[in-house]
Design a protein around this ligand. Structure first.
Ligand code: ASP
Ligand code: MG
Length: 402
């Protein structure tokens, strides 16, 4: 009962059979008496294929035209799924982002949702229709089509759920929930019944690719109850919400691996005030997101600062630092790409001392050297050599969940 928002990812609608399967899930929910708004992604690899096609025509096509192109993938999905539901005899309507009033800013390719004008969706729901909405897309103030960034239809779904005050927002995908580690890497990984928004945010930004980060941030802000589940298994998934029952007992909820990091070391800096400011303000100006930062102790009045960035930002970071070499005052740079970040996340670690030590013990037992460490209230991350990453994840998982 109530209003349920369901989102189905690309793999869930990849073939006609899968679209039929999704249509059954949707109409089952509808038949139980709920109002249903559905957000769909593009079928299978459609978005990747469209990008490849664009690159063949013109690799320097404008971002406006790119969004024009990419938004078609989701449109195909909603139209086909609507036809399927029509065929099953249910009232249904499909809508594009702009028909549904999904207003965004003009950052083509990574647009931010400004507001959702809910009139149209509500009118359709009042007619007892199932509403299918093309995810990942919106319209800017010029009336041009925008997209929200790769994986953005999760964010579309949460925005719709928040605006319509939905009772539940179900994110259907090809895994049946959030696991204690990537089940493809750690075979003993197990599914979590529940996880907090904060843990999910950490896991998402740490490379556990279950939910789009922005969707979790938005869900937390508007307290949208999320459930991640599989469109194939029919089993209950993982609930994502503000507080979960077992926080204190579960010290650690999951182990995440992020291979998408590069380490940059700035060597031979003067040990005086303002050095860190000069480095990181220049990087910030260039839009580079810095993650772990480590400063060495001073020797002969010189010190080193190393930090990590996403791999895509590596060259830009080096360029910015080189351009400001005089101002910052360093002797050389060292760049290392063959690193990975492994993290444990758990709201329960706030109340349990010794969690970090157990993680380090697992790494020490498996002879993995740690280059950098960073911690927050609910997370401990280490930077290690990429070649050790899978072994490290397994060892840490064994330690906490074995
Ligand atoms: N189709 C888009 C993508 O592949 C959006 C999404 O799937 O969420 O990134
Ligand atoms: Mg996707």
């Amino acid at each position: 009962m109530g209003l349920i928002v369901q989102k189905f990812g690309g793999s869930s609608v990849a073939t006609p059979d899968r679209i039929r399967n999704v249509a059954r899930i949707i109409t089952d929910t509808y038949q139980k008496g709920s109002q249903v708004v559905v957000i769909l992604s593009a079928m299978g690899d459609t978005t990747d294929d469209l990008i490849a096609l664009a690159n063949e025509i013109n690799p320097n096509g404008s971002r406006r035209e790119m969004d024009m192109l990419l938004s078609t993938g989701e449109q195909v999905s909603v139209a086909l799924c609507a036809m399927c539901i029509e065929g099953m005899g249910f009232p249904v309507v499909s809508l594009t982002g702009w028909q549904a009033g999904m207003e965004t800013n003009s950052s083509y390719g990574s647009a931010r949702i400004k507001r959702l004008d809910k009139d149209r969706i509500e009118r359709e729901l009042d007619q007892r229709r199932i509403v299918l909405l093309a995810g990942f897309q919106g319209v800017n103030s010029f009336g041009d089509i925008t997209t929200l960034g790769r994986g953005g239809s999760d964010t579309s779904a949460v925005a719709v759920a928040a605006t319509l005050h939905a009772d539940l927002c179900q994110i259907y995908t090809d895994v049946d929930g959030v696991y204690t580690a990537d089940p493809r890497m750690v075979k003993e990984a197990r599914k979590l019944d529940e996880i907090t928004f904060d843990e999910m945010l950490e896991l998402a930004s740490l490379g556990a690719q279950v939910l789009h980060n922005r969707s979790v941030e938005m869900a937390k802000r508007y307290n949208v109850h999320l459930e991640v589940l599989s469109s194939f298994s029919g089993k209950p998934g993982t609930k994502v919400k503000e507080v979960v029952k077992n926080v204190e007992k579960m010290m650690v909820s999951g182990v995440a691996l992020d291979p998408n990091v590069a380490r940059i070391a700035v060597l031979g800096l003067d040990d005086c005030p303002g050095v860190a400011f000069r480095i990181f303000s220049q990087l910030a100006k260039a839009g580079v997101n810095v993650d772990i930062i480590l400063q060495s102790t001073s020797r002969d009045n010189k010190k080193d600062i190393s930090f990590t960035v996403e791999k895509v930002d590596r060259d830009k970071s080096v360029q910015v630092l080189e351009e400001n070499r005089e101002r910052i005052g360093f002797s050389s740079l060292e760049v290392d790409d063959s690193v990975a970040k492994v993290s444990i996340v758990g709201a329960g670690m706030q109340h349990n001392p010794g969690v970090a030590a157990r993680m380090f013990e697992a790494l020490s037992n498996s002879q993995v050297n740690i280059h950098m460490i960073s911690t927050s209230e609910i997370k401990v991350s280490v930077l290690i050599d990429a070649c050790n990453a899978e072994r490290a994840v397994q060892a840490i998982h064994d330690k906490f969940f074995g």
